[in-house]
Ligand binder design. Structure first.
Ligand SMILES: [Zn+2]
Length: 420
């Protein structure tokens, strides 16, 4: 039994802040654009870091272009925490729009600069750093840490977290932390579901010169159905009593982050975006076919039946014949309760380190977190970021955010794994 305390581990983490900043910068300096670039170099770097730290790892993949690195430390028994991060980044794009080299990893007095600084190489650095600090401290862990580093998040996760969860790598975990970028005062603890509705309208073609006399215009028919889209966006979520406070917090966070009054309604209402439409052959022909796809995000508790009934109502209210629909389900809304160990640990330590109130809140979009939640693992996202620059030129991250996130991970792991 070692007598290393939580405070000893924290002191060690604090004394190594510069190492953490350098690690984030080193990761940024390895280009890993997805799509197009290679993930090999950044994965090799992660493996070398683990091996130098004396942490055993293995590489697993279903696609050699997108390898995953798994590592484990601690005992087989006890609380089991997954740490997840992706090392792929969106392409840097037009270099002339950057004020600095996107793969320079430059460190200024306050910031680390480059593609992936916020999304999410600083977060990955924080996770790797936390494991190494715990390892070097010699603290006794009453449980284990399982690292999941993936290299396919930005193109849909098929070869990354989704595959890992399908293969059973999340089995037996009691919590998961994903170091995706968040503001320092929010912990992402839930997300909406996702569904595509494809409307297909069939008409009858005729010569365009007789368009308002002959034929049956499939585009105009579909247009009438799409005009009823508010029937979808009026649908509200259904919440048990114990989620009402989280709902209120999530709406408050959305209004602040999106800086728009009333936009908190996005959390508890269906959102619907007509994102694709195609129909017709030529301007001088009455179109006999038109198809449109709506991307819907579903609040908690809205099910298949409620959406399908509404879709039928939209067509009926349009008063048209020959419009069919197809529902393509992507995912259900999913949440991690505020009273779970993982939310409580991150909240407590983030509040202590930053000296502010930190709110668990649900996303208006979706993320990999659902894969773990669907496996029954309480999961949160919390990570260093400057939201401007994410998926855009001039991405960067504040050094203070990176250093604090590293300490929050270290202290939360101590709390979850019984280091007192
Ligand atoms: Zn990301």
């Amino acid at each position: 039994m070692s007598n290393v305390t939580r405070n000893d581990v924290w002191e060690l983490a604090k004394s190594r802040s510069n190492d953490l900043v350098k690690l984030a910068s080193d990761l940024i300096r390895i280009p890993s654009e997805n799509p197009v670039g290679t993930q090999r170099d950044v994965i090799d770097f992660v493996e070398k870091y683990l091996s130098d730290a004396g942490i055993s790892y293995e590489e697993v993949s279903c696609n050699p272009d997108h390898p995953n690195v798994l590592a484990k430390m601690g005992s087989d028994e006890g609380f089991s925490v997954i740490l997840n991060g992706h090392v792929d980044v969106v392409p840097a794009g037009d270099r002339s729009q950057w004020d600095y080299d996107p793969f320079g990893g430059e460190i200024t007095d306050k910031r680390i600069l480059g593609r992936g600084a916020s999304d999410m190489k600083a977060g990955v650095a924080g996770l790797l750093f936390a494991m190494k600090v715990l390892k070097d401290s010699g603290a006794d862990l009453k449980g284990n840490i399982r690292l999941h580093i993936v290299s396919d998040e930005e193109s849909g996760s098929e070869y990354g977290t989704t595959w890992l969860c399908e293969q059973g790598y999340a089995e037996g975990a009691n919590a998961a932390i994903i170091a995706e970028p968040t503001t320092n005062w929010t912990i992402e603890s839930g997300q909406k579901g996702n569904l595509h509705i494809v409307f297909k309208s069939t008409g009858k073609s005729a010569h365009g010169s007789l368009g308002n006399y002959k034929g049956d215009n499939a585009i105009l028919k579909l247009n009438k159905v799409l005009a009823n889209i508010e029937m979808l966006t009026k649908i509200e979520g259904h919440y048990p009593k114990d989620l009402l406070q989280s709902l209120a917090n999530s709406q408050m966070v959305a209004e602040k982050e999106l800086d728009m009054k009333g936009i908190g309604n996005v959390i508890n209402h269906v959102s619907a975006n007509v994102g694709l439409i195609s129909g017709g052959t030529r301007p001088n022909m009455v179109p006999d076919y038109c198809e449109a796809t709506i991307d819907c995000r579903l609040p908690y508790g809205v099910d298949h039946e409620e959406i399908e009934n509404t879709v039928k109502e939209m067509i009926k209210a349009a008063g048209v014949e020959g419009v069919e629909y197809e529902l393509i389900w992507k995912s259900e809304a999913n949440v991690t309760r505020d009273d779970s160990d993982i939310v409580q640990a991150i909240k407590k330590n983030a509040e202590a380190i930053w000296g502010i109130t930190v709110y668990p809140a649900w996303q208006w979009a979706c993320s990999d977190a659902r894969e773990y939640r669907l496996k029954g693992v309480p999961t949160i996202q919390y990570g260093p970021s400057n939201t401007e620059g994410i998926h855009a030129p001039n991405e960067n991250v504040d050094i203070e955010d990176v250093v604090n996130a590293g300490q929050i991970y270290v202290l939360s792991l101590c709390d979850l794994l019984g280091v007192k």
